[in-house]
Design a protein around this ligand. Structure first.
Ligand code: SP5
Ligand code: ZN
Length: 353
């Protein structure tokens, strides 16, 4: 399995996120990727390189998934932030006002001139700081996803996009949940565009993949499945319930498997089997796995109890789908263990594939 790692990731380094009325240190830190990279050097699965994708092809692949207005915002966001006040260069940009998702008459059709208002328009939480290197890092992460999709479309059994910042919470025109560009959606769309007729996305991050769900919600050619902490108690709260089954042509092509906080490996594996059956019934010819390791018992912000020794079998179960597979790196905040857990899963996949 080839791994494509993002050489620009460390430029995205948020200082703080909002938690219960206070600013706390960011959980989504550069060291996360470095630990996975170090473990892949210790236990190689295949080549480990930065992505080599054409810049114009990358722009096209990103624009297949994200709105032009949102991308234009992201491209100049940092400069606009600093232009508000030169002292902002020392501070991360965080939103503080939102248009209530277009409810109650708040408008999202008029692009505000004020940067803080624009940041609110294009975001859904105050936990995803935008920093000087965020745009370059997000583009680099998307390049990993595209390169991984190209490898798989070219015949590789699997590929790993070691892509930071994560992506599965980012939607067509919004950031949030530490995510800016939806790497898994970019990979899935690139596989479609390379000729795979039916692509399944099976999201195993602790948190519901709301961005990916939203991007493909009305489409029958991309099945989205997510197993995650029940949004009744867990982030992102406002999406991820079992009754969200898709809309329009996409009706029946979204499956959410919410699980209670405290869920252990046995019940989690049973849900994974349900998810894999849905992928098989769909008749997918390629698979994208948004790979979050925040299902781990030691994760500081999550509530499942999977152990380091459980992940190899998870990888083997995913290999059992028998599909060309792209993995994108998502959550996982127990930094010391994230590399071991990620490589255990990928090695388990590769051994069984
Ligand atoms: C990609 C991904 O896993 N995103 C997750 C985003 C979760 N953001 C909200 C987390 C709030 C938890 N804060 C707990 C602080 C405990 N000290
Ligand atoms: Zn997560």
């Amino acid at each position: 399995m080839k791994t494509f790692h993002n050489p620009h990731h460390a430029g995205h380094a948020g200082q703080q996120e909002m938690f219960r009325g206070r600013m706390v240190p960011c959980h989504e830190v550069p060291a996360r990727l470095d630990f996975v990279l170090a473990e892949l050097q210790r236990r190689p699965l295949g080549t480990l390189t930065p992505p080599a994708v054409d810049a114009a092809a990358l722009d096209t692949a990103i624009a297949r998934v994200h709105d032009a207005r949102y991308l234009a915002f992201l491209a100049t966001a940092w400069d606009d932030w600093v232009a508000m006040d030169p002292a902002n260069a020392q501070r991360d940009a965080l939103p503080s006002v939102w248009p209530l998702a277009n409810r109650h008459g708040f408008r999202n059709d008029v692009l505000p001139h004020n940067f803080a208002a624009r940041l609110g328009l294009f975001s859904f939480d105050s936990g995803s700081p935008l920093t000087a290197g965020t745009w370059a890092a997000a583009r680099g992460g998307a390049a990993c996803a595209l390169a991984a999709a190209q490898a798989v479309a070219g015949g590789d059994r699997s590929a790993f996009a070691l892509s930071r910042p994560p992506g599965h919470h980012a939607g067509p025109d919004f950031l949030g949940g530490y995510c800016f560009l939806n790497n898994a959606a970019i990979a899935a769309q690139a596989l479609r565009d390379a000729g795979h007729a039916k692509v399944a996305v099976l999201d195993v991050d602790y948190h519901h993949g709301n961005g990916t769900q939203t991007i493909f919600y009305e489409r029958a050619d991309v099945l989205t499945v997510s197993l995650h902490g029940d949004p009744a108690t867990e982030y992102p709260f406002f999406l991820g319930h079992a009754d969200e089954r898709g809309a329009g042509a996409g009706t029946g092509f979204n499956l959410n498997l919410p699980l209670p906080r405290g869920t252990g490996v046995q019940a989690w594996r049973a849900a994974l089997d349900t998810a894999l059956r849905a992928v098989s019934d769909f008749g997918a010819d390629a698979l994208v796995v948004p790979l979050g390791l925040d299902t781990f018992e030691g994760d500081p912000i999550s509530g499942f109890t999977l152990q380091t020794g459980d992940y190899a079998a998870v990888g083997a179960a995913l290999a059992g789908a028998g599909l060309p597979t792209v993995f994108t790196f998502e959550g996982g905040y127990a930094v010391d263990e994230v590399g071991t857990n990620a490589v255990n899963l990928l090695e388990g996949f590769q051994r069984a594939a």
